[in-house]
Design a protein around this ligand. Sequence first.
Ligand code: SF4
Length: 332
Amino acid sequence: MKPFGYVRAATVEEATDAYAHHPGAQYLGGGTNLVDLMKLGVAAPDTLVDIAALPLDTVEERPDGAVWIGATVRGSDLAAHPLVRGRWPVVSQAVLAGASGQLRNAATTGGNLLQRTRCPYFQDTSKPCNKRTPGSGCAALAASHRDHAVLGHSSHCIATHPSDLAVALAAVDATVELTGTAGSRSVPAAEFHRLPGDRPERDTVIEPGELVTGVLLPPHTAGLLSVYRKVRDRASYAFALASVAAVADVRDGTLRHVSLAFGGLAHRPWRARRAEAALRGTAPTASAVDQALDAELARARPLGDNAYKVPLAHAVAADALARLTAAPARED
Ligand code: SF4
């Protein structure tokens, strides 16, 4: 591993200042992904700015009923928090599906969103990879790509994003809060991660030096139900082949609200807006759900090894919606 400097920040301002004053710096949260990448030679920061001690480790209810989750809240604490489990179970379920208890005890909320792809060629420095080394090529295109993207990929990169939490946050219309030396801003979670285009080295819209300080879950309204469903190669922890976060509100037999986001299919959580538009205001019959999912997944461009993901995603989303819409009917 390449030698690196280390700075432990006590405040957000100290962290962003340290980043600005140390070229080649990276923020360090739980380290569950970054340290692995440093050992592999994939990441080689000159300085680590440790943010674990920042006062961002709480989950708080806002006056309007929104729930704020600090960036250094550990996965275990996030998944178990009553405000999260009670209002947005999809978020808790996604965190629990994402990693073992040991990893959840260490990994932070902000770090979860910023974890890198598990494309094996990205992690193998002997292989060309546009995400690791821009302009070097994409080894996955000509090799095995069973686990790779079917939606939104480009000739420069076909990787998927590995975070389950990010998929749930996209579905619930959460926002990601960022702070840099120029100030703070909020980004919709569904727009925080990018499609690869010709810049696959950029996973997110975050600017250099910006720090994720928290995530805001919107106020929950009575009747909104949510669920996370994930298909993986083995029952113990593995990344999604296909997953879905679903939110629905059925009243008088009609879908008043529905939102869907897929994981495991694209370079970012894939918000299924075509399917949502087709379903909103309709009775969620099996045939209506099938037609809506067909319309969404017609955009898929499977590669040689991963066409199976399209019917798999359809099935997992149909299952999630059936679970939500089969809940006891509500009336106004
Ligand atoms: Fe690299 Fe993306 Fe190609 Fe994987 S799919 S080798 S991450 S460019």
